[in-house]
Write a protein that binds this ligand. Structure first.
Ligand code: PXP
Length: 239
């Protein structure tokens, strides 16, 4: 069964728009769990544009399913992550000006830094996931680095939605990457830009275990509520 991990960053984005206390991403995460989320994901960014340090501490204390913390390789972020007690760490690239995470981690280039930071993140039992574009050389580097998971970046697939040929091409790249990862002993997650319309084909990819979905669920919940939004997404991924 595919597991749905719900990213609560956008709830924090709305709160930060007024620098107040509402909507509370912790209460929202707990409601998401009650509605059937199998895990909660958040991204502590260097610029703290949405999730704050105290949110991660509170989520760790209260999330009962699984807490997946997305982090860049910045030393401050890695030190925070190592102390956080998260169940899973997804390492992502981060650029100050981007609207959301653009592109996967260049694992080939970052191999020396990964060798430095992975032992600390693993010290309290956290699993390591590397967010990568569906490129075989990145998958091979992730296996060599000793990651537990790769999270396949589905942004190019989602972005190609209106062009059937391009979409099929991206889906084929994702499938090849998933097969290669599995053959190398890596577990496979996927995420970015997924919604009710495009998620089915990603859920049907070989070996995929977890989907990380944020924007589409939070946006849909604004209309239909958390229970319906999560129920619909679970139905769409067949879980
Ligand atoms: N996975 C990773 C690594 C991400 O950085 C993000 C965006 O924060 C997501 C999944 C979720 O993307 P979306 O909000 O488009 O569902």
């Amino acid at each position: 069964m595919i597991r749905l991990h719900v990213n609560v960053d956008h709830v924090a984005t709305l709160r930060q728009a007024r620098r107040g206390t509402e909507p509370d991403p912790i209460a929202w995460a707990l409601a998401a769990e009650r509605a059937g989320a199998h895990g909660i994901t958040c991204h502590l960014r260097k610029d703290r544009r949405h999730i704050q340090d105290a949110d991660v501490v509170a989520l760790r204390a209260r999330v009962a399913t699984l807490l997946n913390l997305e982090l860049s390789l910045d030393p401050e972020m890695v030190a925070f992550g190592a102390a956080s007690g998260a169940d899973e760490f997804c390492l992502v690239p981060e650029h100050r000006q981007e609207i959301t995470t653009e592109g996967g981690l260049d694992v080939v280039r970052e191999t020396p830094r990964l060798a430095e930071v992975l032992p600390g993140l693993r010290a309290r039992g956290g699993k390591i996931s590397l967010f990568v574009d569906p490129e075989l050389r990145q998958i091979e580097a992730a296996a060599a680095a000793g990651a537990d998971f790769v999270e396949l970046h589905t942004g190019a697939y989602a972005g190609a939605w209106k062009d059937r040929a391009a979409r099929e091409r991206e889906l084929a790249r994702l499938a090849a990457a998933a097969r290669r990862a599995h053959a190398l002993g890596l577990r496979v997650n996927a995420g970015h830009g997924l919604n009710l319309a495009n998620v089915g084909a990603v859920a049907a990819l070989p070996h995929v275990e977890e989907l990380n979905i944020g924007h589409a669920i939070v946006a849909r919940a604004a209309f239909v509520g958390i229970d319906v939004a999560i129920g619909e997404m679970r139905a769409a991924i067949g879980s």
